[in-house]
Design a protein around this ligand. Sequence first.
Ligand SMILES: Cc1cc2nc3c(=O)[nH]c(=O)nc-3n(C[C@H](O)[C@H](O)[C@H](O)COP(=O)(O)OP(=O)(O)OC[C@H]3O[C@@H](n4cnc5c(N)ncnc54)[C@H](O)[C@@H]3O)c2cc1C
Length: 456
Amino acid sequence: MDEKQIIHVLHEIVGNDFVSNRPEELFIYSQDSGASEPRSVDYVVMPQNIIEVQKIVRLANREKIPITPMGGGLTLSGLAIPVKKGIVMDMKRMDKIIEINEFSRYAVLEAGVTTGKIKAYLDENHPDLQPPIPDAPPSVTVAGNMLIHGSGYLSQKYGCHSSLINGLEVVISTGEICRFGSCAVSDYWFSKGPIPDLIGLFTSAFGTMGIITKISIKLFPKPKFRDLVFGFLEGFLDLPKIMSKITFTELAEDIMIGKSDVQEAFKNFASLMVYIVGNSKEELNFKRKTIEQIFEEYDARVAPLSGRIRDIMMSQPQYGAALAADWKKGGGFEYVGSFIPLEKIPEAIEKGTKISKKYGLIPSLLCRLIGRGHAVMFSVTFPFNRANPKDMINTRKGLEETNKMILEIGGIPWKSELGGQKLIMEKMDPNFKKIFKNIRNIFDPNGIMNPGNWDD
Ligand SMILES: Cc1cc2nc3c(=O)[nH]c(=O)nc-3n(C[C@H](O)[C@H](O)[C@H](O)COP(=O)(O)OP(=O)(O)OC[C@H]3O[C@@H](n4cnc5c(N)ncnc54)[C@H](O)[C@@H]3O)c2cc1C
């Protein structure tokens, strides 16, 4: 089929308003806010239901046209920008909240439901429940975030978001609809097992295994009270010990460590942010006192917060993260996020600081504990000015060097752009690579699903 015939078939599937090959509309799909080079897109299509997804995928498979699924398109590392042209399938119209189960505490969502939508819906209709969502802008999709091992305010307590998926409905490249998790057997999307867990094949796969059309996520009780124990620790060497001690108490909801050189006087200090929750003031006070005692044991200074900064940190983390991302006012932001072992925090901070400085940035680093201290999400941020080509080149070099450093210290870059994926593949067990390739071949024999990602 030629381009004219393909666009005609796509029009027939989704209607004239939801497919385009016009350059001015493809432009925004060819790049994101990160530092990846823009890449060409041939078509963008916005299906409204699974039958439309199935028809588009069958067309693409027949014609061997690459397909890249996209949620909010905000990973910043170019993961929803096609590497080999073809179709971007924008999932935003598939945004129905299908089911909220209050007793087994899960939500079944179409893939285009945003984190803003599920949060607002639960706040209004199920105020005792809360979703696991990231500090990313509320226009990102729940599926996009859960699928990339995202993390947020509940991740310290319950694990990274990929581990909170109960079930998936997927259209694979042949057009077959497959269900994974308990929904493969039961009408209840309440659990991954007790059957072999294939859900993991779709996480951090960056759309290479199929198009997820529905996702079931775990929901959690929303406590009545929330508070923040904030403080500073001079030096970084004691961070693993103090963090380990705090996680052993099992009293913290969310734990973050910040390191920023924006204010010269604070450049040798780590800021400690320990969020606590409870259903009574007494419970909260007990937790606060226990955490403060641990701070004191390690000579960390407790620093009560108030005013606007406290408001943002307590109830508007998405706004705070967006402000931090945009501090250079240059319209560009990317970060190397990574999973590292807890004991590697001091080394990561020291080396991340050096890299930032080398590339002319004011070091700004963040750690978030994942799954009660079993891992740390460590990030080095790179805000940059898109209008300045030198800034873009610097950022790309800085990202690459940070990816290498993370791998050298035993960590793994997270949601990595193409260059980072290659570095990971170089270090990967060859048998893992072989099996992964074979599995991809089963799901996608013609190599149409976001090809170019996870290729060595
Ligand atoms: C200021 C800022 C703060 C951030 N803070 C956080 C944070 O606290 N925690 C965090 O985890 N992230 C954070 N992020 C990173 C990122 O924005 C989020 O992880 C976001 O949730 C990604 O979701 P998305 O919908 O934009 O995914 P997309 O970029 O659209 O997609 C991500 C990947 O999944 C694939 N994909 C998307 N939808 C589907 C589907 N239906 N089927 C198959 N594959 C699919 C895409 O092809 C792509 O490879 C932040 C970003 C910014 C800009």
